[in-house]
Every structure is written in structure tokens, then in C-alpha cells.
Design a protein around this ligand. Structure first.
Ligand SMILES: [Zn+2]
Length: 188
């Protein structure tokens, strides 16, 4: 995935919300799944800056990761709608947050993560859960929103000054909306 790692700063969205974008086109009958194989998850974690090398992931952990991802997504949508996240989603996020065996390090590229435990991938998911607590719990500056892009419904953190951002990404949904608006004006 060309999603940009934490070190590159290409995408400044919180990790937990970037994680929810591994399932795209959520409002369509067949959403696009980017975490199909255990290796997809391992690759995503590395790209996200959660580990310097490919961590071991099996089918069971992949299933658990998708389950955590969907809880984060549902909880984020609730927060975006001004509602309290469902108890079950909060419980799953909290359970994962507790499983962490990770610490921050200053490495050659800046700030990184170290996972000393037996399962770095599991610890990386715990980091994502902790990030979800911060992001959805209001610790970060910004407003959690649902993308206004056609068929998108991705969740993102709006940190724009007037909180006027409407799209998860200007490169994809924002661009498409602009083109559509131009076409409409043209046809009139
Ligand atoms: Zn979008």
C-alpha cells in the first residue's frame, strides 16, 4: 500500500484511522479488502512504522486484526455522529489496548516503536488500539468525521483551522468531488 509510513509524514492521519482504510468503499455492496492475507497485515504494519521488519502474522491474528479494525471504525463513526461508541466496540478496543508490549524509541529516522515481546504484530495492534483510545477519546486536536465522498464513508480526523474539511483525502475523494462540481457547472 502506498499509504506512507510514520517517518515519511506523507499522511498525517492518526494510525488507527489509517488502519480503518484497509477496507475501502465501505458503503458499496462489495467493499474492497486490503488485508486479504496474513502477509498483507505484516506489510501494512511495517509501512505504518509499527516495526522495522515484517512481523509474524497467522490467519488467526489476521482475523483478530480485522475484528479490531471494524470495532475502531464503528466507534469512530459513533464519535463522528456525536454518539457514544457501542459497549462491545469499546470493550474490544480496551482489551487490545491492554495487551501492549511496546515502547517508543528514538532511532535513525526519528521516533519509532520497539516491540520486545513474543508477538510484535500483536503488540502493534495494541498500539493501534491505544491510538484509537486517544483519537476517539478526544485527546487529539481535531474532529472525527465521516468522508463526504461518493461511496467512501471513510473516517478521518479534521484538523483544519475552521474544521471545514469534508473528505478523507484531497488526492482521492476531494479531487473527485471537485471534478464533479466542475462538470455540473459546465453542463449548466
Ligand atoms: Zn473519502
Amino acid at each position: 500500500m502506498t499509504d506512507g509510513g510514520t517517518h515519511t509524514g506523507v499522511e498525517s492521519q492518526p494510525l488507527c484511522l489509517r488502519f480503518t482504510k484497509t477496507l475501502r468503499s465501505r458503503s458499496l455492496p462489495t467493499p474492497k479488502e486490503y488485508l486479504c492475507h496474513p502477509s498483507d497485515l505484516a506489510e501494512w504494519l511495517v509501512t505504518a512504522g509499527l516495526g522495522p521488519e515484517a512481523p509474524a502474522v497467522d490467519e488467526e491474528l489476521l482475523r483478530e486484526a480485522r475484528e479490531l479494525r471494524e470495532s475502531i471504525y464503528r466507534a469512530a463513526r459513533s464519535v463522528a455522529n456525536g454518539e457514544r461508541p457501542a459497549e462491545a466496540d469499546r470493550a474490544l478496543v480496551n482489551a487490545w489496548s491492554r495487551r501492549g508490549d511496546a515502547y517508543r524509541v528514538l532511532d535513525d529516522a526519528g521516533a519509532g516503536w520497539c516491540f520486545p515481546g513474543a508477538s510484535p504484530a500483536r503488540s502493534a495492534l495494541a498500539v493501534l488500539a491505544g491510538d484509537a483510545v486517544d483519537t476517539l477519546g478526544g485527546v487529539r486536536t481535531g474532529t472525527v468525521k465521516v468522508c463526504a465522498g461518493t461511496g467512501c464513508v471513510a473516517v478521518f480526523l479534521d484538523t483544519s483551522r475552521g474544521r471545514t474539511r469534508r473528505w478523507c483525502s484531497m488526492g482521492t475523494c476531494g479531487n473527485r468531488a471537485k471534478k464533479d462540481a466542475m462538470r455540473t457547472r459546465h453542463e449548466r
